[in-house]
Design a protein around this ligand. Structure first.
Ligand code: GUN
Length: 306
């Protein structure tokens, strides 16, 4: 039986470790501050941001949500970021992605002060990752490393395959696995014979945003499989096919109108892998936990409490 990697448990562990650090900051200087910018009304982003702000408040981090309209221009959003850069009590700035089409995302990410960039998306911090220098790290990839380490899954010397080359997940995850001494391959839409490359992986990370694409033939028996996908299925037929007519999933669909699935075939991964992250409850909770770690570390650095 495969081990189910419980992201909620590890998130709670990390939150418990952060609590005394937040308390120490609050009693000696001030609580950490996190500002989250959510532009417009993107349904998934609204859920993510609500959970980020809620978790921050639970930990005693001062958190605010700024919600400019969908019609905002690049210049107007730059002015908001600039104001946050200048506010002393703001240790972390997060601009939720994706941004509306008319906004130049690269200019916005470049405008966030690198020392407040709790997403680890600023090119300066990306450069620090490449050079293995200390700096805020992208939250989802950092969370994946935490899951592997806390489940004592060996990384050094192992073959790791990352499917997906996004700036947010694929590329930084590959670099972090490399720094942990894995032999890393990055795959993408042009990779020839993807199943054969994936089958070489002792650690397989699926981060391409394609529902249940990775089936049994992609998985080396006993491999550790990390599923970063969160795809919302709204077709009853597709849910029935992917979950093999699961009465539980079909009932969930009938109640809510959608069911989440990762990039992995949920039935095959449970049968073939040695350990895997479920969707939901695997990688997702770690993204928020690592955002909290980055925010607390930023506050400690900025306030000289280390
Ligand atoms: N959109 C999806 N994931 C993320 C994330 O980790 N940070 C931000 N800012 N936007 C996202």
């Amino acid at each position: 039986m495969a081990t189910i990697i419980d992201g909620n448990r590890i998130r709670d562990e990390i939150k418990a470790e952060l609590k005394p650090r937040v308390a120490r900051l609050a009693s000696s200087k001030r609580p950490p501050g996190l500002s989250v910018v959510l532009v417009g009304s993107h349904a998934a982003s609204e859920v993510y941001v609500r959970n980020k702000v809620k978790t921050a408040l639970e930990l005693g981090i001062c958190s605010e949500k700024i919600t400019p309209p969908e019609s905002i221009t690049t210049e107007e959003l730059l002015a908001i970021v600039d104001e946050l850069n200048g506010r002393d009590e703001v240790d972390g700035i997060l601009v939720q992605l994706p941004l509306p089409k008319q906004v130049d995302t690269k200019r916005i990410l470049l405008a966030v002060a690198p020392e407040k960039d709790v997403d680890g998306f600023h090119p300066y911090n990306v450069g620090c990752l490449v050079a293995a220098l200390p700096a805020p790290r992208a939250c989802t990839p950092a969370g994946i490393i935490q899951l592997l380490k806390r489940y004592e899954i060996p990384i050094a010397g192992k073959r790791a395959v990352v499917v997906g080359r996004s700036d947010i997940v694929g590329k930084p995850t590959a670099l972090m696995l490399l720094h942990e001494h894995a032999t890393v391959t990055i795959c993408h839409s042009k990779t020839v014979n993807l199943p054969a490359v994936c089958r070489e992986a002792d650690i397989l990370v699926a981060a391409m945003g394609r529902p249940a694409l990775i089936t049994g033939e992609y998985i080396k028996p006993g491999a550790t499989v990390i599923d970063v996908g969160t795809n919302s299925l709204t077709s009853r037929g597709e849910i029935a096919r992917i979950f093999r007519d699961s009465a539980e999933k079909l009932a969930a669909f009938d109640k809510k109108g959608s069911v989440l699935v990762g990039d992995l075939d949920p039935v095959d991964v449970a049968e073939r892998s040695g350990a895997y992250t479920p969707v939901p409850g695997g990688v997702g909770p770690l993204t928020i936990a690592m955002l909290m770690v980055n925010t607390v570390e930023s506050a400690e650095r900025r306030l000289g409490v280390c």
